[in-house]
Design a protein around this ligand. Sequence first.
Ligand code: FES
Length: 142
Amino acid sequence: MPPGERIADLDAVPDDSSLLITVADRESGEEREAILVRAGDGVAAWFNYCQHWRDVNLDTGDGAVLRDGELVCKRHGATFERDSGECTFGPCEGAVLDELPVELADGGVFLDADGYEFVRVGASEDDADDDIHKSTESRIGF
Ligand code: FES
């Protein structure tokens, strides 16, 4: 039996980009964006920000860039393994994207994170989300 809420059909997750979704923190109600990407035979989900500057989204609404199988941050070119989330090149090399746990079942992608509920496919409509991630304290200088 699937562990949580169904997010999307597996077929809705593209091979060459990402599917942007929004979840909400069950305690605060704060919306957060995440991206679903194909990873091997499965799907990985990462919160939608770079580990270099956390106010920079990997997917700005038209899908994240994938090059040679890795996610690419459009701002300074950091690359991330799509299955592990590890930055393999760039100013945050060695850092790891923050994961949103998901699971595959019945041809779909399901949320497997007790602290979050699925809100929608697409961008967050919560302006407060932007404020949190625009803090300069979350930036790694270079
Ligand atoms: S903000 Fe992503 S590499 Fe700098």
